[in-house]
Design a protein around this ligand. Sequence first.
Ligand code: FSX
Length: 359
Amino acid sequence: MSKDDSLGESLRKQGISRRAFMKFCAATASLLALPPGMATVMAQALSRARRPSVIYLSYQECTGCGESLTRSFSPTLESLIFNAMSLDYYETLQAAAGTAAEAARKTAMKENWGKYLLVVDGAVPVGNDGVYCTIAGESAVDILTEAAKGAAAVVSVGTCAAFGGIPHANPNPTGAVAVSQIVRDKPVVNVSGCPPVPEVITGVLAHYLTFGSIPELDHLGRPKVFFGETIHDRCYRRPFYDQGKFAKTFDDEGARNGWCLYELGCKGPVTYNACATVKWNQGTSYPIESGHGCLGCSEPDFWDKGSFYQALSTGTWSGATVLGVAAVAGAAIGVGAAVVSRRRQAHLDNEKQPKEKQP
Ligand code: FSX
């Protein structure tokens, strides 16, 4: 697989059939809630796209984000899109080490200056001149500042990179901050979640490959298509919330009947993420479906707010905003239903697209 291959060429060399590729495009277009017909446009754009250089930096984090991303690998097709990029630097996966690894990063930056995609996971420690995270004698904050200068765009993967996450939590001894607090002159996409849903990461990358731009973002820099609705908006337990049926313990009859986990501390009503729709482990389940309330991990300061097992109205997430959200939850049903219906229609329309002939 040559570095100059288009994505289409590289997939062909990997033995991926046109049919499988089209299936991936239809699924991704549906995931991105794109209008009917966009699966074909996406397939054409992706086939022609050159494999962009990706430089992936990891700082203060637990490697959960990398674990999440790698779990979306084989045999999913989403992973192939990621493989089809030129991942020129990623400490967790790269074979090179030490001087050779750092040389690879600098070469990739030089050869692709202004064009590469910079992906960062983990928070950036700025306390004491950044001494708490250094690589090859350089501080994380210095490497990030230099790498961001030549990037076309920056993707912050995980809540640590997006909002500071757990490293930023009180008392924050290292002075950990979000990537967007360092990079101020480039578009930064925040793919939050601790860890983030892998298909949300690959969806953002596919969007960039297809359109050459980052997706529309919300007020916290998150892609609206994945973070435009709360977990509560799309939760399958929502009908029980609306009926006032709440589990009181994790093993009572209500819990066994799938009733709402609000009173057990679920933060779904104030958490924006795609867990309830995209789900985890290739669509198998998500925390609420597995019997545990949402921790709100894709929201800023989720760790400091804590109160994981206290209801929103009584825990440290409480306050006018939270209570307001809970109070108007019923009114949100109509909005949520409209979005669901639009997405379902987009999915159905994609399914109706004429199937490509086999090569
Ligand atoms: Fe943070 Fe990610 Fe949580 Fe861990 O890279 S978002 S602690 S899952 O690993 O940064």
